[in-house]
Design a binder for this molecule. Structure first.
Ligand SMILES: C[S@@+](CC[C@H](N)C(=O)[O-])C[C@H]1O[C@@H](n2cnc3c(N)ncnc32)[C@H](O)[C@@H]1O
Length: 338
C-alpha cells in the first residue's frame, strides 16, 4: 500500500460478530436527502450500460439506484435479511459476511457494475474484497465506492476512523490499486451543498453531508468512463465575464457577483481582524451562493475543511474571499440584513 499502515490498522473497537451487530433492523437514512440525491446522480451518471446486472455490496433497504435506470438484475449482498427483503431495487439477495469470508459467492464475470455505498469503512480485508469484485465484474465492468463522513464508529476499522476525509479518499484509491484488479481509479467530491431546510440538523447550520466517490473500470477494460460534471457546473457558477462585470459594479449594486443576492453589512470583529482600517465589510451570506458552495470542494481538494464567502471591501473597492469554517460563522456580525 502507498500508505504505511500499522499492524492493527484494520482492527475495530467492537470485534464481535458482524451478523449479530447488524441483526437489528435499521430502516434509517444514513445521510441527508441532498447527499442521497447526489449519490443517485453519481450512480445514474456512471452506469451507462443498457439493462446492467448490478451487485450492491454491503446492501441494506435502499440501493440508491435512480428509478429511471433500467436494469436486468440487482443482487444485494449484506447482513440483515429484513432490510434486504424491503429493498425494492433488488431482484434477489444473499446474506454473506465479507469479514469472515472475503470471497464473493458469484461466478467470474457476472456483473456490469458493483456498488458499495457508505460501507467500505467496515471492511477488515478490503484488498481481498476489491480483488474479488474485479473477478466478478464483466470485462468492461465498473466498481463504484461511495462514502461520507458518518459511520458506526465501533465497527469501522481503525485506519478509517483515524483518517481525515481526504485521507479516506487516498485509502480507497489504494484499495483499488493494491488489489491489482482495476484500471486507475478516479474520484469525485461533492461538499458544502446547503442542508435541506426540513432536515433535523439544519438548525445547527451545518452543510449537507459530504459525498465522496472513488471508481474504476476492471483492469483491461477499453471503454472510457462517462465524465462526471465538474462541481462548479453542479452549483451553477455564472460565466467568468459576467462575474468580472458584476464585480466592477458592486460599489453601486452591493450585490454578490456570483449569486446576485444583496450583500449584508458586516461589522469587522476586532478579535479576528485587528489590522483592518475600516469598521464594515459587505459579505454574501447566501448559503446557496455558488462561490460559497463550490468553496467547500475547492478547499477539500487542498485538504482544508472550510469554505469562503464573497466579501466586498468598500475602502479598496475590492471583492475577496473571507474564510469560514461553517455555515453560521460571520452571521452574528451582521448589522444590516441584505
Ligand atoms: C451503513 S450501512 C449502509 C447500507 C447501504 N449500503 C446504504 O447505502 O444504505 C452498512 C451496511 O454494511 C453491511 N455490512 C457491514 N458489515 C458487513 C460485513 N462484514 N459483510 C457484509 N456486509 C456488511 C451491513 O449489513 C449494513 O447494511
Amino acid at each position: 500500500m502507498n500508505a504505511i499502515l500499522s499492524n492493527d490498522a484494520f482492527s475495530r473497537i467492537d470485534e464481535s460478530d458482524d451478523e449479530a451487530f447488524y441483526a437489528r433492523e435499521r430502516f434509517v437514512s444514513h445521510l441527508d436527502s441532498t447527499a442521497l440525491a447526489t449519490i443517485e446522480g453519481i450512480i445514474g451518471t456512471l452506469i451507462e450500460d443498457e439493462n446492467p446486472v448490478i451487485l450492491d455490496l454491503m446492501a441494506s433497504w435502499d440501493s440508491h439506484i435512480p428509478p429511471g435506470l433500467s436494469r436486468a438484475r440487482v443482487v444485494g449482498l449484506g447482513l440483515n435479511a429484513s432490510e434486504l427483503r424491503e429493498n425494492t431495487a433488488l431482484s434477489e439477495h444473499v446474506i454473506h459476511d465479507l469479514n469472515k469470508e472475503p470471497s464473493l459467492p458469484f461466478a467470474d464475470s457476472t456483473f456490469d457494475a458493483v456498488l458499495c455505498t457508505v460501507s467500505a469503512d467496515y471492511l477488515t480485508h478490503p484488498i481481498e474484497v476489491f480483488r474479488e469484485v474485479g473477478r466478478v465484474l464483466k470485462r468492461e465492468g465498473l466498481f463504484l465506492v461511495i462514502f461520507s463522513n458518518r459511520m458506526f464508529s465501533t465497527k469501522a476499522v481503525k485506519v478509517w476512523r483515524e483518517a481525515s476525509e481526504g485521507e479516506r479518499l487516498l485509502l480507497v484509491e489504494d484499495f483499488f490499486t493494491e488489489s491489482g484488479a482495476f484500471e486507475k481509479p478516479r474520484t469525485f467530491i461533492s461538499k458544502g451543498k446547503p442542508r435541506p431546510c426540513d432536515d433535523k440538523y439544519a438548525p445547527l447550520g451545518i452543510p449537507s453531508d459530504p459525498v465522496y466517490a472513488v471508481y474504476a473500470l476492471k483492469s483491461g477494460a477499453t471503454r472510457s468512463l462517462p465524465v462526471m460534471p465538474e462541481p462548479s457546473e453542479a452549483v451553477d457558477m455564472p460565466p467568468k465575464e459576467a462575474i468580472e462585470r458584476r464585480k466592477k459594479a458592486v460599489k453601486d449594486t452591493l450585490a454578490c457577483p456570483y449569486c446576485g443576492h444583496k450583500l449584508s453589512k458586516w461589522e469587522i470583529s476586532q478579535t479576528l481582524f485587528t489590522e483592518w482600517p475600516n469598521e464594515f465589510f459587505f459579505v454574501c451570506l447566501n448559503d446557496e451562493c455558488p462561490y460559497f458552495v463550490f468553496g467547500w470542494d475547492t478547499m477539500a481538494r487542498q485538504n482544508n475543511h472550510c469554505s469562503y464567502r464573497l466579501m466586498y471591501d468598500p475602502l479598496t473597492d475590492c471583492c475577496q474571499p473571507i474564510p469560514v469554517l461553517n455555515h453560521t460563522m460571520l452571521k452574528d456580525g451582521v448589522v444590516q440584513e441584505s
